[in-house]
Write a protein that binds this ligand. Structure first.
Ligand SMILES: NC(=O)c1ccc[n+]([C@@H]2O[C@H](COP(=O)([O-])OP(=O)(O)OC[C@H]3O[C@@H](n4cnc5c(N)ncnc54)[C@H](OP(=O)(O)O)[C@@H]3O)[C@@H](O)[C@H]2O)c1
Length: 298
């Protein structure tokens, strides 16, 4: 519920205007919370008539200069291009450098930049060692954003879930895969906590509490089997048989396989202890209960 996120946040300063590049799953949620906090928010999508498209931004269309008029905050939720370039910097770097009112720029990145930690914890001081091509591209984009010397904050995210994108969807369509890889954990974060943390960090940044990199993750990295089993119990669905990773990997897509080849726990102490953000969904259990309640309502 948006109200639950909003009630623990301070309103944004009057006349705040947030431009969100990439109003997909996470971008739309952040836009809703930003609007509830009193900001004017404009969200991009690539195609006309896409839900929530306030303007179109893609590689072959110029955007109107008016979009940036009065902008105080900018957030990019767009992944790197296959050639490693950042779509927003690629097209709009000069416009951003010339925008005098911008107080904060957020860049949604991924904890994939840390690479494999063999199941150990990683935090913002851990040297990134990306192994996947897409994570190497991501780290290049992070560096490019930081090199602009604009007030940039990199926000590193693990697996994002939330209503409409959680373990329940595959349970309901009968496509759940129970892959067993002992010792493997995944970190995750509920989309409402990304929205809450992003708006929280935006306000702190202007108060001089402005680390350049922040992980946004929940408290409980967990084995995937535990997450799916918990979801199945709530939804009263039976589970398919467990398959060992060595067998399952033969039929996995290269993208799915790449996730299983890295094992790390993402530390959130900077966000939750030092900066003081209070998670709405501290672990997968509370988060999945929320996803299920939204599922039942729709
Ligand atoms: N999903 C995860 O578990 C996860 C984990 C860690 C990090 N991330 C990263 O976090 C960010 C937000 O994730 P999400 O799951 O909310 O993403 P999403 O739903 O896929 O949204 C991505 C947005 O970026 C836009 N976009 C993509 N490529 C673009 C391009 N070349 N030019 C212009 N716009 C482009 C999409 O446009 P349309 O709306 O027109 O499609 C969409 O609005 C992404 O950068 C993602 O890579 C995701």
């Amino acid at each position: 519920m948006i109200e639950g996120i909003v009630k623990q946040l301070d309103p944004l300063p009057p006349k705040s205007k947030l431009i969100i590049f990439g109003g997909g799953f996470t971008g739309q949620r952040i836009a809703s919370v930003g609007r509830h906090l009193g900001a004017k928010v404009l969200c991009s999508r690539r195609r006309e008539n896409s839900k929530g498209a306030d303007f179109i931004f893609n590689t072959d269309k110029e955007i109107s200069h008016e979009i940036f008029e009065g902008a105080t905050h900018v957030l990019s939720c767009i992944p790197p291009l296959l050639n490693g370039e950042d779509p927003v910097l690629n097209k709009l770097k000069n416009q951003l450098l010339n925008s005098k009112n911008i107080k904060w720029i957020g860049y949604l990145s991924t904890t994939g930049v840390y690479g494999d930690a063999k199941g150990e914890w990683v935090n913002e001081d851990t040297s990134p060692r990306p192994q996947q091509e897409r994570s190497i591209r991501r780290l290049c984009c992070e560096k490019e954003w930081l090199r602009t010397k604009l007030p940039v904050q990199i926000l590193r995210l693990p697996g994002i879930y939330g209503p409409g994108r959680s373990a329940f969807e595959s349970l309901l369509t009968g496509t759940t895969k129970m892959v067993d890889k002992p010792g493997q954990v995944f970190s995750r974060v509920h989309v409402d906590d990304i929205a809450g943390a992003v708006l929280f960090l935006m306000n702190l940044y202007s108060q001089g509490r402005n680390p350049s990199v922040v992980n946004i993750a929940d408290n409980l990295p967990t084995n995937n089997l535990e997450v799916i089993s918990f979801a199945a119990k709530i939804a009263k669905k039976s589970l398919p048989p467990t398959v060992s990773f060595d067998i399952a990997k033969e039929t996995m897509s290269p993208m799915a396989l790449s996730f299983w080849l890295e094992n790390r726990k993402v530390d959130n102490k900077l966000l939750c202890k030092k900066l003081g953000y209070s998670l709405i969904y501290p672990n997968f259990k509370s988060g999945l209960k929320n996803c299920f309640s939204e599922l039942k309502m729709n």
